[in-house]
Design a protein around this ligand. Sequence first.
Ligand code: MTE
Ligand code: HPA
Ligand code: MOS
Length: 801
Amino acid sequence: MTTRDKDFTASSGGGPGGAADAGERNLAPATQSPHAPAARGQAVGASRFHESARAQVAGAATYIDDIPELRGTLHAAPILSTVAHGKLRGVDARAALALPGVRGVVLAQDIPGDPILATFVHDEPIFAIDTVQHIGQVVGVIVADSAMAARRAARQVKLDIEPLPATLDVRAAHAAKSYVLPPVVVRRGEPEAALQGSKHVLQGQLEVGGQEHFYLEGQIAYAIPREQGQWHIHSSTQHPGEVQHWVAHALHLENNAVTVECRRMGGGFGGKETQAGHMAVWAALAAHKLRRPVKLRMDRDDDFMVTGKRHPFAYDWQVGFDDTGRITALQLDMLANCGFSADLSGPVADRAIFHTDNAYFLSDVVISSYRCKTNTQSHTAYRGFGGPQGVIVIEAILGDIARALGLDPLDVRKRNLYGIDERNVTHYQMKVEDNILHPLIDTLEQSSNYRQRREAVAAWNARSPVIKRGIAITPVKFGISFTATFFNQAGALVHVFTDGSVQLNHGGTEMGQGLHTKIMQVVADELGVPFERVRCTATETGKVPNASATAASSGTDLNGRAAQFAARNIRDNLAAFVAGLDGCGAGAIRFRDGQIISPKQSRAFDDVVKLAYANRIQLWSDGFYRTPKIHYDKTTLTGRPFYYFSYGAACSEVAIDTLTGESRVLAVDILHDVGTSINPAIDIGQIEGGFIQGMGWLTTEQLVWNEQGKLTTHAPSTYKIPATGDVPAHFRVDLWPEANREDNVGGSKAVGEPPFMLGISVWEAIRDAVASTGPAGQAVKLTAPATAENVLRALRGGQLD
Ligand code: MTE
Ligand code: HPA
Ligand code: MOS
């Protein structure tokens, strides 16, 4: 008994007493654990079904709008500004309030706490106060017995607005020095001198559009007042902890009075990283005023009008290069259209700077990043988080260099790749240590038959007068970690119940990406139990506090490790217990196939759990993880912002119709790096989905604001996301067969965002097809997205009359 107690104390550290040093304990590399890490079990590495797949297909998976409503629940609908910029002189809700079923109106003056949202920059009013700053800005909400009654009434509210000049264009905003945050400049070497000394110089401009998230489940929140000033908020959010903070701040409460819960989202794609907080705050304020539970479910058109999108970007660049196409100098101005407030624009624009190199070494470079303020929706996180806006410009430049020199763009790209022993430090001073670009691209070049197909494309174009083809391979190198270092932490809770079943909770949210499934696999293997014994419960601020957003693709890396550590603590407790029974060292105990195996005896996991419970052994634990090695200087943007890089490359072949400008993607081959996959089916799904979403951004998804600043493409009728018919007939995805070189959960790599940027190969292939119609050496001026109109413009050298 004494031995067992001693062993137990030495190996556990779990539970409330051990919580204070949990970080240090869990930061120890797995090999220093008192027990060997779990042998690679049966759950990790298998293509398990998504934990909710069957329920989702059967319509039995609960989204927030499916939660049975409490008696007395009311519904809110937003009142939207109809002017892009103006003085808000008055709000007349009398006609709305007179309508049947309408219960009230909630405006800025009804906010008990701070009328400004608790965002980092603190520049965004909850409801417009005395000015409106974009068409669609929320001035207040109408509350009624039904969502329809609230929506109808909201349209009857009369706003007295005195119009002011509006800034709608990003270049005009830059010219007027209208910014949401100060500019940031990153420089290395002597770009001006290097440009002077370059053999060739090209310059250009590029405009790249934004993107609507188009999650299937629109934004929604359900705010429920509870006893003694407490609140329960159901929110479709990627960041429950932030929603908790915002709601508490608006209601003038402490965070401990607010619990936020999210079982799943019907997609987020970054659009629910901050934007979900607005619905929750509006619903909570309405619930506070009317003393009733309030649900706010955005109508799709309102969702389009109110919420931010991917940042549209504009660029001015000058590049120097040698005869082989190798870049010798780069000067780049990047203008991010941030909309009316900062939101996440700072880190988004930073990440664009961090990804302007994509896969390429830039010796002498200066990047000036301007965070422009316009009278439009406040643009926000979207898959890639500024990375795509960095990658596309360097890919555009390399395509232009290749055409100017009459070289194959793939050869030019290869010549510019980061080296292994030299040319391996990024413009932000991070050494690229895990570079697999060369073999990865070579492998794809072979497997996709790029060279033969390039010839076949040329032969096709020689005999086809109207339909022209193009082909391109583009790589991606994407930095994994939140650039705000402190976000790279996570917590988890694992409970083993007395019947041996396992319940998992962690700080990450499920938005369809399969996060819960992957973490269930990790926990199952850590405890050596079948996958089916593990369940994952709703994300809740009361279970794992202060969790970061599920974003930056790092959901599995962070929460998976935290959950692994939590499960490891329980395993250690059980191992010590069994070692005490069998008189062996705890390190000799194995957990596999639902059995706990000592050198003496194999016992069922469930039996040991029952016995351990009877002996008062702790059967649950927390786990905490923080990413090692990362650091960086926020002012100069130098250091090691990323733990590692994820890599990939895509080969896309397209056809364009030179009479109509229409395009079609014919064939796509992808080779992508997910390290050792925790769940290949889910990872491949992420790669396919990410690629198609990237393709949509650059082809059919066009946001059009009219001269008054109104977004005119605010419904599926006018905003075209890819449909199943747009998936290329040939669409092959292969996984790179190498583990993460950094110590990451299961040897895996993050997968959520990097494949998005592979869609750039489609845009480059379209430019290749356009180039085939003009004289050799002529630049292709294609604005993104490559809609039929923009392709026609490019075919006519930039003009369309
Ligand atoms: N996949 C699905 N099905 N739905 C989503 O909303 N969001 C993407 C990506 N894949 C998303 C998705 C984005 S923007 C990110 S950052 C990651 O998933 C977040 O989840 P992860 O960190 O668990 O990969
Ligand atoms: N990625 C995604 N979301 C974020 C980041 C990031 O780097 N930083 C803050 N939110
Ligand atoms: Mo993803 S844009 O980091 O939510």
